[in-house]
Ligand binder design. Structure first.
Ligand code: RB5
Length: 157
């Protein structure tokens, strides 16, 4: 699997740990930065990874910022992106089984290195269950198309 990975300064160290797990699992990756612990703006890195997933250049993505919240907000603006913030194991498993999440988001200031590594392992090895969950994902696609076509005032009643 080809994976895009990115972080801001608050996720920089954890990104190195996550890359080690990607190597262990045999996945290739494109590292979109950041490349140093100096302060940067998370939307810049969230955009690069999310665009790569959205256009199909890579199959999955991993994003890390301090809480994981900023990166999640950015990532879920992109068509076809299903980004899931997982700071514990249950969500990491369920967002793959039920939501076919294609971007994993981690909070570098919330969880420790060992838990992060375990979350990444589970997220990459858990398959999508499909079945009834597929029709729900199709509904999300339809909403995405509707929102793209319609002015937001019209969808807000
Ligand atoms: C950076 O200080 C911090 O705001 C960022 O990493 C992230 O937590 C934003 O959601």
């Amino acid at each position: 699997m080809l994976v895009a990975i990115g972080s801001d300064h608050a996720g920089f160290e954890m990104k190195i740990d996550v890359i080690a797990i990607l190597d262990e699992l045999g996945h290739e990756y494109i590292d979109y930065g950041t490349d140093a612990p100096q302060s940067v703006d998370y939307p810049d890195f969230g955009e690069k990874v999310s665009a790569a997933v959205s256009c199909g250049k890579v199959e999955r993505g991993v994003l890390i910022c301090g809480t994981g919240i900023g990166m999640s907000i950015v990532a879920n603006k992109f068509p076809g992106v299903r980004a899931a913030l997982c700071n514990e194991l249950f969500s990491a498993k369920m967002c793959r089984m039920h939501n076919d999440a294609n971007i994993l988001v981690l909070g570098g200031r919330i969880i420790g290195k060992d838990l992060a590594k375990e979350i990444v392992r589970i997220w990459f090895t858990t398959p999508f269950e499909s079945g009834r969950h597929l029709s729900r994902l199709r509904k999300i696609c339809l909403i995405e198309q509707k929102v793209a076509k319609t002015k937001i005032e019209k969808t807000c009643s």
